[in-house]
Ligand binder design. Structure first.
Ligand SMILES: Cc1cc2nc3c(=O)[nH]c(=O)nc-3n(C[C@H](O)[C@H](O)[C@H](O)COP(=O)(O)O)c2cc1C
Length: 300
């Protein structure tokens, strides 16, 4: 299978930058002025705000909170600068990064003023034995299923699965994941050449490369991993939501070009991989895995 499309972005995709390169790019980019941020494309600005608030405030805030250390008064300055430009750009206060960064800045102010930051609302549910068993059942019983019943999947179920993909871990919280959703019956043959041409719902995992362009000092290797993390959440969530499916590889460049042309996708949208889902009509024998003993190369 060929890993194709968007050569412009592919070239460096699996490279590590050297420490010097990262430092150079970081220094060049880290002190963007308010005017420069204001001039930035909104998508890039939002992605940069997610990364900057993660690295310059979120991590320090939680570290100080839990270790009882004082937080520097200036620690929230970069995040504050982004919030200021956010308003200058007239972006909505309902967008998630605005809400989250506001929460971080307000929490930082409380901490600096010696007030309590109450995070009890975010405490995860206690994992019961039943929850643990259910989770591992979903994990181990998920299979790649390539035959499907002739039964429509409701949009709500598809959206639930797509949302699970967005909640995957994501390098530097850049949040590059985007989707194209195609119901085979609405465009028969668009996925011709696929290993599973009739997969009833095709979930194409894309990335908005502007998010990485705005943060080009972050490790290139994370880019494909970000899409992989979304893909794994998607196949697991599909199984948990009563669907089955299979993660698929783009067979060739022409296939990606066809999809990009069909949806008039701009250059900065990269098609990474896709997952077909539907109501399964197959119960394959699990392809058995190596033992942990065989997989662990070293252990201290
Ligand atoms: C990155 C990736 C690419 C894959 N590509 C294909 C593919 O092109 N065609 C296919 O039939 N299955 C594909 N699969 C599914 C694997 O064949 C399958 O996960 C593997 O055989 C293990 O089976 P299981 O998923 O049932 O545990 C892919 C899986 C991954 C993670």
């Amino acid at each position: 299978m060929v890993d194709t499309d968007n050569h412009e972005f592919h070239d460096t995709c699996m490279d590590y930058q050297t420490t010097e390169q990262v430092r150079e790019i970081f220094l060049r980019n880290s002190a963007l002025t308010e005017d420069e941020l204001f001039e930035m494309d909104d998508t890039e600005f939002r992605a940069r705000m997610r990364e900057r608030s993660h690295h310059t405030l979120e991590i320090q805030l939680y570290s100080c909170l839990y270790r009882g250390k004082p937080l520097r008064k200036e620690q929230a300055d970069i995040a504050r600068k982004f919030l200021k430009v956010w308003d200058r750009k007239g972006l909505s206060h309902d967008l998630p990064e605005y809400k989250y960064v506001t929460f971080l800045v307000e929490s930082a102010e409380k901490l600096v003023n010696g007030e309590t930051v109450d995070l009890s609302a975010y405490k995860p549910h206690e994992v019961t034995k039943q929850m643990e068993d259910d989770f591992f059942t979903i994990l181990y019983e998920r299979r790649s299923v390539r035959e499907f019943k002739d039964k429509d999947v409701p949009d709500e179920v598809i959206d639930k699965v797509l949302e699970a993909g967005l909640w995957a871990a994501h390098g530097c919280n850049i949040q590059s994941i985007r989707y194209v959703v195609v119901r085979e019956k609405n465009e028969p043959g668009l996925f011709r050449g696929s290993d599973v041409p009739g997969g009833p719902v095709h979930l194409v995992i894309c990335q908005d490369m502007r998010c990485y362009r705005a943060n080009d000092f972050t490790p290139n290797r994370n880019r494909l991993l970000d899409a992989g993390a979304a893909g794994e959440n998607i196949v697991l969530a599909a199984h948990a939501a009563g669907l089955e499916g299979v993660w698929l590889t783009f067979p060739n460049e022409e296939f990606c070009d066809r999809l990009k042309a069909k949806f008039n996708l701009p250059d900065y949208i990269r098609l990474v991989t896709y997952v077909d889902v539907g109501y399964g009509d197959q119960t394959p024998h699990p392809p058995l895995r190596q033992s942990v003993e065989e997989a662990v190369l070293a252990r201290l």
